[in-house]
Write a protein that binds this ligand. Structure first.
Ligand SMILES: C[S@@+](CC[C@H](N)C(=O)[O-])C[C@H]1O[C@@H](n2cnc3c(N)ncnc32)[C@H](O)[C@@H]1O
Length: 439
């Protein structure tokens, strides 16, 4: 009965959670409501009921937020690729800023001395890396190529996408058609997209060999649409270029630092290259690397931060868990003329301890850019010889906040500044950067 009364009057959305869902309270429970925005009064349909919380989808919007906008994509309600297109783009960033500050205060018990203005890159067509699923659905009599549906393992039936680069978005139905004509149409579960500055690569994950006809079909598609296909038969290390073999190499550049970064389509690279350039400017301003300094770049990947740091003349050690990425980083250092002041080392940074860290020697500064799990072991391992300055780039505000708690309350750092970077517009992912200085 209480629930029905609530439903008639609706609930008020207090804020957005990390997945872009509206948070409300009803009958002593927290309700996470997909499609609802802060300040709105809505009714909802719960699809999961637990003792302390419910997951729900918005039913009716009784009072609408003035920040609500018409989603640009016709597939927005169903496709899981985006979760926030119904919120004004600037308001999305403001919401992410609140999530960052809230995490820092609630989990980290810290407050940044300065909140830096958000960094904005391209808002649409920005996603240069994507993993698309492919399914031939007999019931629909066709192949689907796209992201998963919202909260489901089904592949979204999408004809277009507003966050993929337009050329790739326009290829979605054509790739689906191509797949329908292949002998291995049921054994090609994924297409990985990697857009470079001089070539667009599509990696076909194939579970069975291609027939001669399949090869001809794929080659014709590549010629018609000016893409390069690679094939992947098992893990990411098995990728090989397929056609055309004389395409330019995949690469992105950081013109401010005179750097070009070749990469393989399955290497980790930032998905949004325009934002990556802006992020690099901000990170280098905060880190302010100088000749004569010794700097560590932890979780360095293929050297995205290592090489701009090295460009300053500082000595940089890039440390990372993937040997193949480090090999690429060393090649990239050499091809950019930076091999003299860069060194790379493979290490599992989730197993870092004080002794191992001390063996790496003294660092004046550190850049830390961990995966979602954060850098808990690394920050706990900082000892008496800890660096003066740490720039921490994060893709998960909860683990940044947890690590900030260690840095500020146990290791003597001050959180000088923090801010969000809009790396993934229209999704709920929060990318941020923080500057810690040792007192
Ligand atoms: C967010 S990416 C950053 C990469 C790089 N800084 C960049 O901007 O391209 C995180 C990196 O952490 C690495 N990584 C993940 N787990 C790790 C671990 N346990 N030890 C060391 N590196 C790890 C990944 O291989 C990946 O390159």
């Amino acid at each position: 009965m209480t629930n029905n009364i609530h439903q008639a009057a609706g609930v008020i959305i207090e804020s957005l959670d990390q997945d872009g869902r509206g948070i409300a309270h009803a009958d002593g429970k927290v309700v996470f409501i997909e499609g609802a925005l802060t300040g709105e009064r809505v009714t909802y349909n719960a699809y999961r009921k637990k003792p302390s919380y419910e997951l729900a989808k918005v039913d009716q919007i009784l009072r609408q937020s003035f920040m609500r906008v018409q989603p640009k994509c016709v597939h927005f309600d169903m496709c899981g690729g985006c979760s926030m297109q119904h919120l004004d783009a600037r308001a999305q960033v403001a919401a992410k800023q609140r999530i960052l500050e809230d995490n820092l205060e609630r989990i980290g018990k810290v407050k940044a001395e300065t909140i830096m203005p958000p960094i904005y890159g391209q808002t649409w067509g920005y996603r240069q890396r994507a993993r698309l699923s492919v399914r031939h659905v007999i019931k629909k009599g066709k192949t689907l190529v796209g992201f998963h549906e919202k909260s489901s393992r089904y592949v979204a039936d999408m004809q277009h996408c507003e966050i993929l680069p337009p050329k790739i978005a326009n290829l979605l139905p054509l790739l689906a058609k191509m797949n329908e004509g292949l002998s291995i149409r049921d054994d090609l579960p994924q297409i990985e997209v990697a857009v470079g500055e001089h070539v667009d690569v599509l990696v076909l994950r194939i579970m069975k060999p291609l027939s001669n006809e399949d090869e001809a079909t794929i080659k014709q598609f590549a010629d018609t649409h000016q893409v390069q296909f690679w094939l992947q038969t098992k893990g990411p290390e098995t990728v090989v270029p397929f056609y055309p073999l004389d395409a330019p190499a995949l690469s992105y550049s950081l013109p401010e630092f005179g750097i070009t970064m070749p990469f393989s389509p399955t290497d980790f690279t930032q998905v949004n290259s325009s934002l990556n350039r802006l992020m690099m400017s901000r990170a280098m301003r905060l880190l302010s690397p100088r000749k004569g300094e010794r700097i560590a770049d932890f979780f360095c990947g293929l050297g995205n931060f290592t090489l701009p740091i090295a460009r300053s003349g500082a000595e940089v050690i890039g440390i990372e868990g993937s040997a193949s990425l480090l090999q690429r980083a060393a090649q990239n250092a050499a091809s950019n003329g930076l091999e003299a002041n860069t060194r790379f080392s493979v290490m599992n940074l989730f197993e870092m301890n004080e002794e191992t860290l001390a063996k790496l020697g003294h660092f004046d500064k550190m850049l830390i850019d961990p995966p979602r799990d954060g850098a808990f072991e690394l920050v706990k391992a900082l000892g008496a010889d800890a660096p003066q300055r740490i720039v921490y780039v994060s893709c998960n505000p909860a683990t940044l906040a947890r690590d900030a708690e260690v840095l500020v309350h146990q290791k003597g750092y001050v959180l000088k500044a923090a801010g969000v970077m809009n790396m993934f517009p229209h999704t709920s992912h929060v990318e941020s950067i923080a500057l810690f200085e040792r007192q």
